[in-house]
Design a protein around this ligand. Sequence first.
Ligand code: B3K
Ligand code: ZN
Length: 881
Amino acid sequence: MTSQQPQVIRREDYRPPDYRIEHVDLAFELGAEETTVRSRLTLRSDHERSQGIRPLVLHGEELDLRAISLDGEPLPDGAYSLDADSLTLHEPPEAFTLEIETAINPKANTQLSGLYVSNDVFCTQCEAEGFRRITYFLDRPDVMATYRTTLRAERAACPVLLSNGNLVEEGDLEGGRHYAVWEDPFRKPSYLFALVAGDLACNERVVETRSGRPVRLRIFVEHGKEGRTGYAMDVLERSLRWDEERFGLEYDLDLFNVVAVSDFNMGAMENKSLNVFNDKYILADPETATDADYAGIETVVAHEYFHNWTGNRITCRDWFQLSLKEGLTVFRDQEFSSDMRSRPVKRIQDVRRLRAAQFPEDAGPLAHPVRPDSYIEINNFYTATIYEKGAEVIRMLHGLLGEAGFQKGMKLYVERHDGQAVTCDDFVAAMADANGVDLERFKRWYGQAGTPEVQVNGCYDAQRGSYDLTVTQTTRPTPGQETKEPLHIPLAIGLLDGQGRDIPLTLGEGPASDTLVLPLCEERQSFRFEGLPKPAAVSLNRGFSAPITVRAEQSGTERAFLMAHDSDPFVRWEAGQDFATALMLEGSEAWRAGEEPSVDPAFIEATRAILTDSRLEQAFIAEALALPSEDYVAERMEVVNVEAIHAARGALKRALAEALRADFAQLYERLHDSAPYSPDAEAAGRRALRNAALSYLSVFAEAEPQERVRLIEHYRQADNMTDRMAALRLLVDLDLPERQEALDDFENRFGDDALVMDKWFALQAVSDLPDTLERVKALMQHPAFSLERPNKVRALIGSFIAANPLRYHAADGSGYAFHAALTLKLDALNPQVAARLLAPLGRWRRFDAGRQEKMKAELQRILAVPKLSRDVYEIASKALG
Ligand code: B3K
Ligand code: ZN
């Protein structure tokens, strides 16, 4: 907690540390209400002392200092000073040992940063700045040390004692206690430190690395849940293999431990050889996890494993470089899932995610570059921009250099920087040097915020047989960046002839190819292609080659043509989304004018063609049937009108359902699967498509009993959570008695299962029924709900705020008032989680005057509170602008 006006940290102020910590020896005497931490640091000064001895300033928060000595002698009072967030030694010697004893209260740690207790398990979360809540330290990523950690605890309560590295000693102590000593031979920053102590079950598998070294993979979970760890274990083994095969990177210790806990601020954490996970991203079986949950586990387990090289062996010099490890590691996990599943479908899902989270961020008050220039609270910068846009930047590099060139760059990066804390510039330099290319202009992607808008105009000259493409790029101003430079945008395009075939294209001296990547580097550029038949359509940003918004005049006919014929699956999908978005925008206008919306029959026919194209993957068809979200359409409106969009989306869905009813019904019957559940991509695709058909058919459920029966039977007969949830998701929007019956049944079946109950909370929060906010408030009193558990907060409250635009943006401001009150309550418990939920309130500029006033008033109410965390203060104050 802090008073207002906290300090701004700036990238340009970076200075290397004045002291190095070479080795850390930690001893924990673990107790839930009091844990003592004895730390012995081997320090060396790293500045020119002849010009004055600089003080050593160690970070520390909420620590009770019990003892401090230097080279074995207790420090006299005058030699150091203490304040709320640091301990300063005024004139330390050149090289010395510092011993510090502190006490902390893990049980009282509701922030879940540092050492805390989750369901009686001690665990830690140190990234970004949690280590300073455990002991006084130079808690910054460019201070890398080797660690030896001794854990002592009651044997009965904590039979399992884990930390980073190798177990070197263990044994009994008096009074029912025992101990374990861990040594991590790799130098690491403090944010990668971890310990876990508790009574946990374990699933173990031994695998061999490529060079023949055995590695014990272990996944620890609460007793009784070990049967749900099989999938995560498979993913872990596949990740290890894949990183060897595709990146040539091998695991470097004999042990890899994963621990799943119930209370965690985010998805998971890549601590060296001791990953700690939100159990949501470990536990799965068919009855309790959906296909999306399985896919999430695949992503997160792989992501944390891949950090071992991109993040741990090579880490960040400072937190402004966060995307160095996060963007790159997201790129790697995306590639992993693409290699494991359908590449086009994965690409579509990743783009959907980027557009849902990152594009609005880049267009709003919290816009920041992939490498930010300043922050107040670093935990606020674990954003879609750092992660997802960061991954897109890496993907563009991959596209420019090709797989072989990119891997050459990776190899040089690892050779140069293994064991170091480095910058985004170092990464790009390795890519440039390994390939002999100049990436100076490309580097602007790291420094410039905002989504570039690329306007494309095509013009065919029938006499000459030439086609001219004129492309202009603009990026709107973002906070702190009024003027924007042109970026190097690789824009992949194709031209289709009247039969829907690619027209081979050449640029300059280059070879002919169906897809060309135009190197956009200036504000305005023109490209001429000669000797062509008249193109029937132009296919833009194939594969989503750059994270931009493309604007082109396209008719419904052209879009339908691309939906039917493009050789690039991404553009086939995209054309459908564009078409649907245009129809919904028209529909919103019609709704406002009190008119009946009309739906272009070309859209219906193009959708039917996709639906019935047996050559297409089922998962792809399911993606093509999913209409753009209300939020996505809202981004395209001058002033967002939530009711109009909701009505227009509903009307478009109904129009498709009516026109294609027989196809949907047939698909639903045909895709019935009697084989036992398997989470693989093909089976998941079949379920996704069948459930998409069900979703369209549910449009008739209110009026027609037999469709109601279909829906409720789908729920009842489901032998897996994917199907059960699909039906329940549709039921919660229907004002029918079956709704409550199904919700009660679900609660009876899964009331004891915390993770499944999160789904139950989330579903009720996204219902479009008018009393949803009242239900959300009532559900906060449910015994399974707790404000101290981030998964519960995200499920119930996060879903309402971020995934129910219709009810969150209720015209009377009730959603906003609820949000602000909740923020204040939560801020006192867990500022990181409170701040992460705040973004939607910051989008007030997008709404009508009435809503704007209400949203701003709530932000002001938050800011008026004297003891706000840095986290919430930063988001709320930037949101008000
Ligand atoms: N590196 C962690 C995120 C830490 C967030 C701290 N507020 C998980 C990940 O990206 O893998
Ligand atoms: Zn990460």
